[in-house]
Every structure is written in structure tokens, then in C-alpha cells.
Design a protein around this ligand. Structure first.
Ligand SMILES: Cc1cc2nc3c(=O)[nH]c(=O)nc-3n(C[C@H](O)[C@H](O)[C@H](O)COP(=O)(O)OP(=O)(O)OC[C@H]3O[C@@H](n4cnc5c(N)ncnc54)[C@H](O)[C@@H]3O)c2cc1C
Length: 99
């Protein structure tokens, strides 16, 4: 008979919560005031997984892009652009029922 043994244990993927940000990646105070010069992205950005796990890599990409645009604006560099999405590739998933 063939048997396998796998050692496994729990690990942290990332913690929920984090620093509240706006859609430009600026850190916000509890009363939604921008904190000058503080951009937050990726796993440190809070508020995205409040209704469930939204995917860490996609969040890092999107919020990292927001922050990169703000840095480019500050440095007066050309703004990075995303290629247009092909409608065939876009899956629309409603989360209305979960909110
Ligand atoms: C085991 C595991 C499995 C996962 N699986 C998935 C998955 O299947 N799908 C998914 O979407 N997400 C997954 N995630 C989550 C995802 O990997 C993270 O949410 C994502 O990588 C966060 O990106 P980030 O850029 O915010 O941080 P990180 O990817 O952690 O990047 C931070 C970087 O900063 C560097 N750094 C830290 N301190 C300093 C310093 N002082 N100076 C310079 N550099 C510094 C680090 O070395 C690191 O390279 C997984 C995570 C883990 C741990």
C-alpha cells in the first residue's frame, strides 16, 4: 500500500485591516483627511477585504498602480497608463448580495 505524509501547519497570508486610503493611494486619517506625502499600497492598504478575501496580489497591483501615478505626478513624469481591458476578458461578478 502507498501512503504519503505531509507536514503542514497554519501560516499567515496577510492580516486584514490596514491603513485607510483614497483612490490615489494617499493615507487617510479617521476623518478622511489626506496625510501629506504618505502613500500606502498592497497588503498595508486597509478596507478591501471587509466582505471577504479579495485577493492579495490583485490588491497589491491596483493600489501600487494608484501610488505610482501619484509619485509620477509629484515628479512631473509621464503618467503610467493601463492597457484598455478587452470586454471579452472581463467577468462581472455582483457582490451586491454580500454587502
Ligand atoms: C503563503 C502565501 C500565499 C499567498 N497566496 C496568494 C494567492 O494565491 N493569491 C493572491 O492574490 N495573494 C496571495 N498571497 C498574498 C499576496 O502574496 C500578498 O498580499 C501580496 O504579495 C502583498 O504585496 P505587497 O507588495 O503589499 O507586499 P510584499 O509582496 O510582501 O512586498 C513587500 C516587499 O517589501 C520588501 N521590504 C520589506 N521591508 C523592506 C525595507 N525596509 N526596505 C526595502 N524593502 C523592504 C520585502 O522584502 C518585499 O519584497 C499569498 C501570501 C502568502 C504569504
Amino acid at each position: 500500500m502507498f501512503t504519503t505524509h505531509t507536514d503542514s501547519s497554519f501560516r499567515i497570508t496577510f492580516t486584514y485591516g490596514g491603513i485607510k486610503i483614497d483612490k490615489e493611494g494617499h493615507a487617510l486619517t479617521p476623518d478622511n483627511t489626506k496625510i501629506p506625502g504618505l502613500l500606502v499600497a498592497g497588503v498595508d492598504a486597509g478596507g478591501f477585504s471587509n466582505v471577504g478575501y479579495a485577493g492579495g496580489l490583485a490588491l497589491a497591483f491596483v493600489t501600487g498602480f494608484w501610488a505610482a501615478r501619484e509619485i509620477a505626478k509629484d515628479l512631473k513624469l509621464p503618467l503610467p497608463e493601463l492597457p484598455p481591458a478587452d470586454p471579452k476578458d472581463v467577468a462581472i461578478v455582483s457582490i451586491k448580495g454580500r454587502l
